[in-house]
Design a protein around this ligand. Structure first.
Ligand SMILES: [Zn+2]
Ligand SMILES: [Zn+2]
Length: 393
């Protein structure tokens, strides 16, 4: 009898292990694991091993514990006004060339060495804005700053946020676990506005009482400040005649589109999250330390995962025009639930080929879209504004 139960248990365990792949696709798009770190372009090797360091941790969701330790580790920032910037110099000398801009209180630096002449050797992505003293847009830079300007501060121990330029997704971590994913648009630069590229790096959500950002007739609700003029906020809308029109901005989610801010989805996803929920959680946080927000650069060599062919998707055979990641998507009327299952492998075939991506549960984009991201990143690093500009000259 006991042996039968044991055998049965073993069958159950083996069965559940074999049928486990269903959770990944709820992230919509996920980076393929790689060893590429935010300090990928660095020529420096830190003097001591860096535990839980943003700069030294690979840009991968694979090791949840490592990601959580990094998101909750203290951060070293410049102790100046949160709306001001300071210069990072080429040499430990204020007379030397300025190489990067650093925003007060919210932007992290990678401390490589504290010299005994009162200066520290640091690395960061230069957060140059259009009117900054040093114009080195989103460039990964090594330089020097007076050690007395730096301070190391603790961060919130309940929440952490990753923005990945490669996947155009926000990954929200809660109490040690990857809780959910939302679709975003990061900055899109052009020849005239190279400063529109979102500045990668390690930040604190420094101020949460800003409410809406209004730029002409463009409104951005639930704005949380993380880098002087950069905010995490809801996808914008245009106000016309008392109507809020989100459409043109929502169609661009999942792609670069903003002037540098991070636009986040408004529709509630399969787990009930959107920018409004996120902002409410962050504002009402118990641990009053600021929540860490990191931005991963989409360096050449990084790739996105292509879902397995048997990854389940769902649709409404009675006239539905979307495909979904869950059988009970909140965008679908109850009488059509549960939705009918099909697979990612069938998505480009027959009647499934016409279905559009649900803007609520945000399932995986189609294979061609994902393969295009991978093709671009085999050849280039789209966020490296400066190398693009130097090549043009
Ligand atoms: Zn490090
Ligand atoms: Zn849906």
């Amino acid at each position: 009898m006991r042996r039968t139960i044991a055998a049965l248990l073993l069958v159950i365990i083996l069965f559940s292990a074999a049928s486990a792949p269903a959770e990944d696709f709820l992230l919509g798009v996920e980076p393929e694991p790689s060893s590429i770190t935010p300090a990928f372009r660095s020529k420096e090797i830190p003097a001591e091993h860096h535990e839980d360091c943003y700069w030294c941790t690979p840009m991968s969701l694979e090791d949840e514990d490592a990601v959580w330790s990094m998101l909750t580790a203290p951060i070293t920032v410049a102790d100046i006004d949160m709306n001001k910037q300071t210069v990072i110099y080429a040499k430990p000398d204020e007379g030397s060339e300025g190489v990067a801009m650093l925003t007060g209180q919210s932007q992290g630096v990678h401390v490589l060495e504290n010299l005994d002449n009162g200066w520290s050797k640091v690395e960061t992505y230069s957060t140059s804005f259009h009117d900054s003293k040093v114009k080195n847009w989103n460039a990964f830079t090594t330089g020097y700053i007076q050690t007395s300007k730096l301070k190391t501060v603790p961060v919130n121990q309940n929440y952490g946020i990753i923005i990945d330029k490669l996947t155009q997704r926000l990954y929200f971590y809660k109490d040690g676990h990857l809780e959910t994913s939302l679709v975003v648009s990061t900055g899109e630069y052009n020849k005239r506005q190279p400063y529109n590229e979102s500045r990668s790096g390690e930040y604190l959500i420094i101020y949460t009482k800003t409410g809406a950002l209004i730029d002409g007739n463009m409104h951005c609700d639930y704005a949380l400040k993380f880098n002087a003029d950069d905010y995490l906020h809801e996808v914008p809308y245009i106000q016309s005649g008392g109507v809020k029109n989100y459409r043109s901005f929502e169609l661009k989610l999942g792609k670069r589109a903003s002037h540098g801010c991070l636009r986040v989805q408004r529709n509630k996803n399969a787990k009930g999250y959107n920018m409004r929920e996120l902002a409410a959680l962050i504002k009402k946080r118990q641990d009053k330390n600021c929540v860490k927000l990191i931005i991963w650069e989409d360096y050449q060599g990084r790739q996105v995962k292509i879902p397995a062919d048997d990854t389940p998707l769902y649709y409404n055979p009675r006239g539905g025009s979307y495909y979904h990641s869950v059988p009970d998507c909140a965008s679908v009327a109850r009488r059509y639930q549960p939705l009918t299952a099909f697979t990612f492998g069938e998505l480009d075939e027959g009647k499934f080929a016409k279905l559009k991506l649900c803007p609520f549960c945000e399932p995986t984009p189609r294979r061609a879209f994902l393969e295009e991201i991978n093709a671009v990143h085999l050849e280039s690093s789209p966020g490296e504004v400066m190398s693009y500009h130097k090549k043009k000259k």
